[in-house]
Every structure is written in structure tokens, then in C-alpha cells.
Design a binder for this molecule. Structure first.
Ligand code: M6R
Length: 369
């Protein structure tokens, strides 16, 4: 069942290229028009949407954060991202022109179900991104985009996360096409670029041994900080969540720009800081700023583990360890940048002798509020 791997989590990390490929498969018709799996909303209504609110919990919420960057850029619709349990118990401003996107692997997370019901009661349309056919969230939603990650057994979400991010890009492209923000060629080149991602994810998984070696040496660290900007900010939060839930280590993810507003006071001799560096070929000021964040923490004694693109030499003087990822456009980079963090947490927990698939106090699907 574990496909020759010691744990389900490791198997599911290795399933990720397929999870992305399967989620992408068969999304466009012969004319190149993208489609959802189920659509019980008139397309004319979707054309008039003026706000999107993504609701989800845990890892699924971090996929939602990535969605915000892509959908706002491609569709020019404001996107808010909110934890489902926070959305539910305030008075969110939603109406018939709001599209609520609920992301859930299981489709049975009670916090997200309650938020979906609340949104629909206020007149919003709900679109579900879900990995489990026929579960509660897609059944109650007005539209569904299924992720095809296959069953995820390990409590810590990995392949579902990559599939969710992939589905979010597809949703962004679908809405952009529908609303006339993106046309044939642009959509085609985006889909082509997405089509290269499974191989890139596989390439990162190929560095597992090196990542495991680094993780084994750090089994005793008390705390790890993760820094990222732009789409790498949710990746940093996801890296921290993986380490908390699997290795029971204090971990926090920060937006790198926040460092000087407080968190830098945490840095002293030997503090492990993981920094996710954006592509130097993308928005250059973003790359330069993150490189200077690495310098800042290093100068205060931090040991830095840097996730950087192949060929990025600017990080070398400031990195104690570098995990390389293939060249990828900034917006799509979360799909590759998160993989070393998953492997790092998985192997660090393994080195501590912990139960990687079934961490203490956690359930795979949180069916109570
Ligand atoms: O099934 P869901 O996607 O709705 O679950 C949401 C969270 O409970 C889930 O992602 C949780 O944070 C995972 N344990 C993270 O690894």
C-alpha cells in the first residue's frame, strides 16, 4: 500500500508529480475553452462577480493564499483569503456578486462546511475545490473543481496541497478566460507552462537524500523560522506547519518583509532560518530584497537553509545550506518550492523516531467545529 516507502507521507510526496499532472488533465475542450467539473451557476453570473473570498483551513488555506496572487493578477478581481472558522463567526460582507471558493482535501472539514453554509445563506455562490468525490462540500457547492491527487492517507497534507494550488491556477485561468481578461494564446502558454511542472516537482524529489541528510543533523533543534515574500510567504507558513505537526518543533512562517517589524529579535547564534528565494529572473526587486533578508539574519548568527533556483549565485555567500529548485516563473514556484520543506519535515520527524503518518493529537479530517 505504501508503494515500497517507509511511510504514507513519503509515498504521497513521491505521488506529487502525478497529482499535478492528473489535476491538469482534460481541462480544455477542443476549442481550448477551460471547464469546471460541475457548474450549477450561470456563466453570466460568474462574469459579474466582483469579489472572491477563499475559505479553508490549515494547508488548504495556504493554497488559497497562493490563489490570491494568481487570480488577482489574471482576473483583476479582489481576492480575500480567510480561515473558514474566522469567516463563519464574523459578519462577512458577501452578496450575490461574491464568489466564495472553499478549498478542502476531505470535503468534510466541519469549519469549512459551516462557512460554506453561511456564505450560501448570505446569497453568495460557492465553488468547491475538493479531492473527495461526493463529499459534503462539493455536494453543497454551486460549482466544483476536483483535484485528482488520489486518496491522501498521511495526516499531513502534501500531494493534496500541490493539487489544490494547481486547481487554483486553473480556476484563475478559467475566470480570466470567461471574463475576457485572458485569450487563447495566453491560456495556451499558461497551460504549457503548467504542463512542465510535474517533471520539475519530480526533479526536486530527486534531491531527497541530500535533504534527509540535512534534516537528520537537525533533529535536536528547538525552533525553526521560515521566511518568504509574495507567493513564497504561504509556502513559508506551510513549511512551518509541516514541521510543527510532524516533528513537534516550534516553527513559524513569516513574510520576509515583517522581519524588521519584530521577528528579527528572535534571531541569535545558531537559530535555523529557512528562506525561500524568488526567481532572480522574475521581479528583480523581490529577489534582491530576499537576498538582503538572508544577509540580515546571517549577520545575527542564524544558520540559513536557502531554497533557491538553479543558477542563482547571489545566495551562495549567505547560505549554510542550499536546496536547489528548477527555474520556474514566480507565480508557479510554490509547486516546487514547498517540496524540499515537506521532505525536510518528514525526515526530521523520522530522525526523531516519530510517527510521521499519524502525529499526536491530530485527525486526518477534522469533522468537529
Ligand atoms: O480536508 P481539508 O483540506 O479541509 O483539511 C484542512 C486541514 O485540516 C488540513 O489541511 C490540515 O491542516 C493538515 N493536517 C495539514 O497538513
Amino acid at each position: 500500500v505504501k508503494g515500497g516507502f517507509a511511510t504514507f507521507m513519503e509515498k504521497e510526496i513521491h505521488d506529487q508529480p502525478l497529482a499535478v499532472a492528473d489535476t491538469l488533465r482534460g481541462r480544455a475542450d477542443a476549442e481550448g475553452r477551460l471547464k469546471l467539473d460541475e457548474l450549477r451557476i450561470d456563466e453570466s453570473v460568474l462574469r459579474l462577480i466582483n469579489k472572491i473570498i477563499v475559505i479553508a483551513c490549515g494547508t488548504a488555506a495556504y493554497a488559497g493564499h497562493v490563489a490570491k496572487y494568481a487570480i488577482e493578477l489574471w482576473c483583476r478581481i479582489p481576492v480575500e483569503v480567510e480561515l473558514a472558522h474566522e469567516f463563519r463567526y464574523r459578519d462577512p460582507i458577501v452578496d450575490e456578486k461574491t464568489l466564495v471558493v472553499a478549498i478542502s482535501q476531505s470535503g468534510e472539514t466541519m469549519d469549512t462546511i459551516m462557512a460554506v453554509r453561511h456564505a450560501r445563506e448570505q446569497g453568495a455562490k460557492v465553488l468547491a475545490i475538493c479531492n473527495t468525490h461526493g463529499s459534503t462540500i462539493p455536494r453543497e457547492a454551486d460549482a466544483v473543481l476536483y483535484t485528482h491527487a488520489g486518496p491522501e492517507v498521511a495526516v499531513a497534507s502534501t500531494k493534496a496541497f500541490l493539487a489544490q494550488i494547481t486547481a487554483c491556477y486553473l480556476l484563475g485561468a478559467y475566470l480570466a478566460q470567461l471574463r475576457g481578461n485572458m485569450f487563447g494564446d495566453e491560456i495556451r502558454s499558461l497551460l504549457d507552462e503548467l504542463g512542465t511542472m510535474p517533471d520539475k516537482v519530480a526533479e526536486v524529489i530527486g534531491s531527497e537524500e541530500e535533504i534527509a541528510r540535512v534534516a537528520n543533523d537537525l533533529a535536536d533543534v528547538p525552533s525553526v523560522l521560515f521566511l518568504g515574500r509574495h507567493v513564497a510567504f504561504p509556502v513559508a507558513m506551510e513549511g512551518a506547519l509541516k514541521l510543527k505537526e510532524l516533528a513537534y518543533i516550534h516553527a513559524e512562517g513569516f513574510a520576509a518583509g515583517e522581519l524588521k517589524h519584530g521577528p528579527i529579535a528572535l534571531i541569535d547564534e545558531g537559530q535555523i532560518v529557512v528562506v525561500i528565494v524568488p526567481s532572480p529572473r522574475g521581479r528583480n526587486e523581490l529577489h534582491a530584497k530576499v537576498v538582503s533578508n538572508i544577509q540580515e539574519v546571517r549577520a545575527r548568527g542564524a544558520k540559513t537553509i536557502v531554497i533557491a533556483e538553479d543558477g542563482d549565485a547571489d545566495v551562495e555567500p549567505y547560505a549554510d545550506v542550499i536546496f536547489r529548485i528548477p527555474k520556474t516563473p514566480t507565480l508557479l514556484a510554490p509547486l516546487v518550492a514547498v517540496v524540499p520543506l515537506q521532505l525536510f519535515a518528514c525526515h526530521l520527524a523520522g530522525a526523531k523516531g516519530l510517527d510521521v503518518d499519524q502525529p499526536r493529537n491530530l485527525a486526518k479530517s477534522v469533522t468537529v467545529e
